[in-house]
Design a protein around this ligand. Structure first.
Ligand SMILES: NC(=O)c1ccc[n+]([C@@H]2O[C@H](COP(=O)([O-])OP(=O)(O)OC[C@H]3O[C@@H](n4cnc5c(N)ncnc54)[C@H](O)[C@@H]3O)[C@@H](O)[C@H]2O)c1
Length: 373
């Protein structure tokens, strides 16, 4: 079920409008949807045909800025329009499954904001529906298109870090408190998608502790620890309660170390640092020495990840690329979030993801698809 052979043809995916701009509908114009609308406005291969939101004031505001798009509060009007090839969904998490399933059923390609769905079961359902309908199901894991994240991926693939021992990450700032989901569901997908992309491996176990400091029942701080079959251990700190914004990840390997600091003037720094340990059985005495070599800050292109992400979605529709790697990552992100949430509810109990091994294999097999980007 999790790794079926693909039977989608190029014609299935591209539909009838080869060579024409891809007709898009954007559903959800709250905080994030307008950013998606903005980057679509710069994409010559895409044409926004509908904007849809339940809030008529928001619709009126964006109708003025996008006069050629039709507006509606009703998704069924969008889905019955044959000039709509793809639907982009930026609504609250609990609505993702129903809206995405409806759009896939109507034969549309779907881009849904992170996280893909509220549970692994629902994420699997959507992935299966997309396969059956021969439609793309992509999730908004924007960081996979971030030039610094891709630079780190290239270093890992080139073996620059050697064996990765551990990774430690902080993603904290003051707000935005979400009303319906915990900080794990809100911020976790960013770190978890980056980790899956870098490591091409799903953790075998997840533990999380946290607290609902402000709004009872909604955790606003969480410390998530993951172990991987390769031996890598990872800790991710997620919080809406912090004096300043920090998005910083440290990767420690046997050959070198990397700091990825999103938003810093030098977002990726490679440290030729480490410890050399000589085994006393071989060398007669216990010996440790510290290596402290150069620090390199590679030049990183400055492209807006969101623009690259939607351009990739549109190109995939035109080219007939099923984007399975993205569906697999999106589904695995939900599995990690779900496990972390379960662990948090159970006071930090270890939650196993061992039975998801076939997804790990799928990620490893497909990693070359985006490694080069
Ligand atoms: N990729 C990123 O970096 C990033 C950043 C922020 C938010 N997001 C994601 O974007 C999504 C939306 O988050 P937000 O902060 O913009 O939420 P929001 O609450 O600010 O906006 C959601 C909008 O969806 C509309 N809506 C709700 N149900 C609808 C329906 N059935 N049909 C049409 N419209 C409907 C609401 O009226 C509202 O305008 C979430 O999945 C969130 O995780 C992604």
């Amino acid at each position: 079920m999790l790794n079926p052979a693909l039977s989608i043809t190029h014609e299935d995916l591209t539909g009838a409008n080869d060579g024409q701009p891809v007709g898009i509908a954007v559903v959800g114009l709250g905080y994030w949807g307008p950013n998606l609308l903005r980057v679509l406005g710069d994409n010559l291969d895409a044409e926004v045909r509908w904007i849809c939101d339940l809030d008529t004031e928001r619709l009126a505001k964006y109708r003025r800025r996008h006069p050629s798009a039709r507006v509606t509060t009703r998704i069924d009007r969008v889905l019955s329009d044959p000039t709509v090839d793809a639907v982009i969904i930026a609504t609250p998490v609990h609505t993702h499954y129903a809206l995405a399933a409806q759009a896939l059923e109507a034969g549309k390609h779907v881009f849904v904001e992170k996280p893909l769905a509220e549970s692994t079961e629902l994420a699997d359902d959507l992935a299966q529906l997309a396969r059956e309908r021969g439609r793309i199901l992509m999730c908004g894991h924007t960081f996979l298109y971030s030039p610094p994240v891709r630079a780190v991926k290239r270093m890992i693939e080139a073996g620059t870090l050697g064996d990765i021992f551990f990774i430690s990450s902080s993603r904290v700032n003051l707000g935005l408190h979400q009303r319906d989901v915990s900080v794990i569901w809100d911020l976790g997908p960013h770190d978890f998608s980056i980790l899956l992309y870098w490591l091409s491996e799903l953790p075998t176990s997840v533990r999380a502790v946290g607290r609902d400091s402000i709004v009872k029942g909604i955790a606003d701080v969480a410390f998530v620890t993951m172990t991987f079959a390769s031996g890598i251990v990872v800790n991710v700190e997620l919080s809406w309660l912090a004096p300043s914004k920090l998005r910083r990840t440290v990767l420690v390997g046997s050959e070198s170390m990397v700091i990825y600091d999103d938003g810093a003037p030098e977002p990726v720094r490679l440290f030729d640092r480490g410890v050399v340990y000589r085994d006393p059985e071989t060398f007669g005495e216990y010996h440790l020495s510290y290596r402290s070599g150069d620090v390199i800050s590679p030049r990183i292109e400055s492209h807006e990840p969101l623009g690259l992400e939607l351009a990739d979605f549109v190109k995939a529709i035109q080219a007939g690329d099923p984007m399975e790697f993205h569906t697999a990552i999106a589904r695995s992100v939900v599995a990690i979030v779900e496990a972390a949430d379960q662990s948090l509810q159970a006071g930090g109990r270890e939650v196993s993801l061992a039975d998801h091994a076939d997804i790990s294999r799928q990620l490893a097999e497909r990693r070359e698809l985006v490694a080069a980007g």
